[in-house]
Design a protein around this ligand. Sequence first.
Ligand code: NAI
Ligand code: MG
Length: 491
Amino acid sequence: MSKKKEITKAKLDFKTDWAYAPAPEDSGHISLKKQYDLFINGEFVKPNSKKYFATYNPATEQKIAEIAEADEKDVDKAVKAARKAFEKWSKLSGKERGKYIFRIARLMQERAREFAVIETMDGGKSIRESRDIDVPLAANHFFYNAGWADKLEYAFPNRNPKPLGVVGQIIPWNFPLLMAAWKIAPALAAGNTVVLKPAETTSLTALKLAELIRDSGLPNGVVNIVTGAGKTGAAIVNHPDINKIAFTGSTDVGKLIQRSISGTNKKLTLELGGKAANIIFADAAIDQAVEGIVNGIFFNQGHVCCAGSRLFVQESVADIVIRKLKDRMETLIVGDPMDKNTDIGAINSKEQLLKINEYIKIGKNEGAEIYQSSCAIPSKGNFCRPTLFLDASQSHRIVQEEIFGPVLTVQTFRTIEEVIEKANNIPYGLSAGVWTDKGSKIFNLTNKLRAGVVWANTYNKFDPASPFGGYKESGFGREGGLHGLMPYLNL
Ligand code: NAI
Ligand code: MG
């Protein structure tokens, strides 16, 4: 441990000139620095501009730390380090690469608690979700892809798989550590080197991952992590020596990136927004379906690209489903993300809360009937009550546009044809859910729904072995599984 102001005591000591976030009751043994630098060529370096920006705990609105802002010169340094590292890394045997990736996975499991606490402090998601879903899944992505590193020839027979070179990866704030794992693990397994940028409101777990990567002994420059906002992201996209861009985030920025790299040789995968239909047929197991609706929209405060944000209920069961859904919503606890009983944590940022509240206003003005659970919400911090819009119609903006919050629109339907037509009649095509007792209906719908992922009698289930990605304005390319390796290889 360096002599820098690192805090390793059981409780964080935040007596400084800033109004730092106080230590959560249960934060034993997590170590956070006051200030975070860029991770380039295996070490932490100051940003060229000397500029830092604050990251906040969205549940308390208190500052947690300062994060370096990378400019074009820093990005160039990171790309050069990655290019140099590529020469050696791409020549290592798959077996050797796999060993490093396995080591990262194991270290992540060892430090799981620290990652979970920091993820929740920095991003606002409930500690139960960070601990039980995000961190274990992130480690699993490294385990899964480590296994492919020495089997690429077998995975793609007679296609002579070769790495692309230096890949630039830009990730969002809804699953910060998990998205870093989704991006870095397959890139390394395929033999590429990486320059990754986390989202500006949630850099901390990516920087913790940088510390882990340094400790893992991964050769310098194989993974570089630069922090900053859109300008830093654009510097990665526009760097001439990048071979591929992998982006997850808003459709607007995705389109911008697509325009910026057109005419270059850079490869691109985009994982963008969504507005998934979650379809409940009259023959479904109603109580399970209600749990699936709740998990579909309220998981991670609804900050989920594949969230089941449009509910379709068959008319004959609409009354009972909505009554049960309202009852279930009353039991949801909204509040302190660090509390193990919390179901819905903090909205990731003030900006996102404003956006959600704006859509709630739009929904009311469009004439949909609003229902919000009556739970108490903290007076401080960014919080939003679980919200339904009943009697929503297909032309409403709240039905057509991605809200990215705990807001569900409800529509009813009579026939299969009608619901397929409505489910597909939006600009997005990332995911969908189908709840029915009949297997034939499931097969019929999975073929006709224009969605990359269709869940049947479950929702928001993720596995490193299963590919994920969308159609239309939800982007292109797949992540996860064998399909997720392909965009990182020349075949
Ligand atoms: P965003 O698309 O601006 O941010 C995602 C990432 O892109 C961040 O790392 C950001 O710094 C980076 N970025 C921003 N501008 C860039 C540029 N010009 N070039 C390269 N990188 C750039 O998303 P934002 O503004 O945080 O959220 C707005 C809306 O986008 C949300 O309300 C939600 O609807 C949607 N969104 C969807 C996500 C998904 O997983 N599909 C994730 C995040 C946001
Ligand atoms: Mg933050």
